[in-house]
Design a protein around this ligand. Structure first.
Ligand SMILES: [Zn+2]
Length: 55
């Protein structure tokens, strides 16, 4: 599971979602935004606290 940081394109609010699939293949995903109270396009900003990354 990865925590993905997403930003609503409509109201610009950010949220973090636990999702089991790779969002890097998507530029945008349609999700329900509690603030807009409707499904809006969300921009994928990146992974929050990736566990697998160790340099
Ligand atoms: Zn919104």
């Amino acid at each position: 599971m990865s925590k993905w940081r997403l930003r609503c394109e409509k109201c610009s609010s950010e949220r973090v979602l636990d999702l089991g699939f790779n969002l890097y293949e998507f530029k945008k995903v349609y999700l329900y935004c509690p603030r807009c109270q409707e499904n809006t396009p969300h921009v994928v900003q990146g992974v929050e606290a990736p566990e697998a990354v160790q340099a």
